[in-house]
Every structure is written in structure tokens, then in C-alpha cells.
Design a protein around this ligand. Structure first.
Ligand code: 6PG
Length: 267
């Protein structure tokens, strides 16, 4: 029996998997779902806290966000953007997850700077950067550090073909972090080979909803292993099991090629 990921339950419910013909129909559905979650959060709590995924897969979904929000008259001033992980590079670096989000949609939203909380990458050490972001979360959510983790309305995540998510890489010490909400971690196998900052399982598993966006045949083995509930030390994405939240996997057909009986969805 694998050691339990911090703050996760080992519910054996089969995570909700939706399969789409291709990356574009996946993005069409993902953006609709994200806007629905934002509307529900605004109605219930007067704000929406959205944690963004890095990497390249979300770009199609991000690009659709401004017009999808505009179509429903979304009040962007009550939406707050955070990051699930960051590469320790300058915020204008093409490898920066913040830069990806800025270019994909934040700049187009003219999102007020006070609504966007990038992970700091320029302090005097990766550990200081992690502490600073944890302090940012503590203040925004009025959650004392060392206490229960902040609860995001929605966390978007990608999946690496090595099974990592955010910057929780196979075999990393960060996988067993049960107290800190943000840690610095060395690079994994995949580029860029730079130190990272990442949210930890306690925060990811406290979310009201976690949505994975997975596209491409190279992700098929990792998606199969993650859905099968493999050891999260080998397949970190398998450790994302929100204790009291919804877990949704959105995949294109290429990525879902090894997932038995994945329902086919047409957006
Ligand atoms: C990162 C990302 C990472 C990403 C996966 C998938 O900073 O590297 O947060 O977790 O989601 O590596 O990346 P692609 O979407 O580019 O395949």
C-alpha cells in the first residue's frame, strides 16, 4: 500500500474523465467549464480564486478566456489569479509560466495588477521565493501559515509525460511535504533545467475543484498511470485527490489512448 499523499483521501472513486476529439475541442470545453466555475464562485463568495497551470497545453484554453468571460459579462475585477508552479527565471523569460499567462490572456484582460499574484523568482534564494509566496497566500486567504491550507476555487494542472504535475516531479522530496504550501524544488527530467517553485499536495488537495488539461499521445502512459492511482512518488499526478473537492480530467483522444472505456465527449 503506497504511503498516502499529504492531505489526500484514498477514495477509489474513478476521477471524472472527459475525452475530446482534439486539443481545440478540449480547449473549447475547458474554457466553458472554467467560466462556469468562476460564475459560481462569484455568486457564492463574491470572488474567484483561480490557480493557473504552466506549460504549453493550457495556452489554447487561456487564449479563449477573455472572449468567453466577456460573452457572459464576467466581472474580472473579482477574479484573482495565482500560479501552481514557476520556473526560477525572470518573469519576461519565454520559459516563465507567468509570461505564458500574460501573453495568452492576462495582458488582454488588462487584469488589474492587484488581481494577479505571480510567484516571485528574483529573491536571494529559491527558498526565500517559496516563503514569500507562502506569505502571499497566507495574507490573501487570511490563513495563518502552519494552519489549514488555502482553498482555491479552481486549480488548473497539466501533466508531464513523466507523470509530474505542477513542479512535483517523480522522486522529489516535495512530494512528501505536508506542512508547507509552497516549496522550492530542483528541476525534473524535462526542460527547462532550472530550479522551480511549486504548490504542494496539501494546497492542491484542498481545492474546491482541480481540472487537469492533458493533450498529446506522449501523455498517454502517464495519464493511464495517474488514473490507475499509481504510487504518487512515481506518478505525482496520482497524488492529486482533493479531499472535499471535485477532480476533473479533460483529455484529448490522443492522450486518452490507453485509458479504457474513456467516455467520448463532443463539446
Ligand atoms: C511546468 C508546468 C508543468 C506542465 C507539464 C505539462 O511549469 O512545467 O506547470 O507541470 O503542466 O509539464 O506541460 P505541457 O503542457 O507543456 O506538456
Amino acid at each position: 500500500m503506497h504511503k498516502r499523499p499529504p492531505a489526500a483521501i484514498l477514495s477509489h472513486m474513478n476521477p471524472h474523465v472527459q475525452v475530446f476529439d482534439d486539443a481545440d475541442t478540449l480547449a473549447d470545453h475547458a474554457v466553458r467549464r472554467i467560466v462556469e466555475v468562476m460564475q459560481a464562485s462569484l455568486a457564492a463568495r463574491g470572488r474567484c480564486t483561480l490557480c493557473l497551470a504552466g506549460g504549453t497545453t493550457p495556452a489554447k484554453t487561456y487564449a479563449r478566456l477573455p472572449s468567453a468571460g466577456e460573452a457572459v459579462g464576467l466581472d474580472w475585477s473579482a477574479v484573482y489569479f495565482f500560479f501552481g508552479d514557476e520556473r526560477l527565471v525572470p518573469p519576461t523569460d519565454p520559459w516563465s509560466n507567468y509570461e505564458l499567462a500574460q501573453q495568452s490572456f492576462l495582458a488582454r484582460l488588462a487584469a488589474m495588477p492587484m488581481n494577479v499574484f505571480p510567484m516571485p523568482t528574483g529573491l536571494d534564494s529559491p527558498q526565500r521565493c517559496a516563503e514569500a509566496y507562502e506569505e502571499t497566500l497566507s495574507r490573501f486567504f487570511a490563513a495563518p501559515r502552519g494552519g489549514p491550507p488555502p482553498r482555491f476555487d479552481l486549480v488548473l494542472l497539466g501533466l508531464g509525460d513523466d507523470g509530474h504535475t505542477a513542479s512535483l516531479f517523480p522522486g522529489a522530496a516535495a512530494l512528501d511535504e505536508s506542512q508547507h504550501w509552497v516549496v522550492a524544488t530542483p528541476p525534473g527530467r524535462l526542460p527547462p533545467q532550472v530550479d522551480r517553485l511549486t504548490l504542494t499536495f496539501p494546497v492542491l488537495n484542498a481545492a474546491r475543484q482541480v481540472m487537469f488539461l492533458v493533450a498529446g499521445a506522449n501523455k498517454a502512459p502517464a495519464l493511464r498511470d495517474a488514473l490507475r492511482g499509481d504510487d504518487f512518488h512515481r506518478v505525482p499526478a496520482a497524488g492529486v485527490r482533493p479531499a472535499e473537492g471535485q477532480l476533473v480530467w479533460l483529455a484529448d483522444r490522443a492522450a486518452a489512448g490507453l485509458v479504457e472505456h474513456a467516455p467520448s465527449e463532443h463539446s
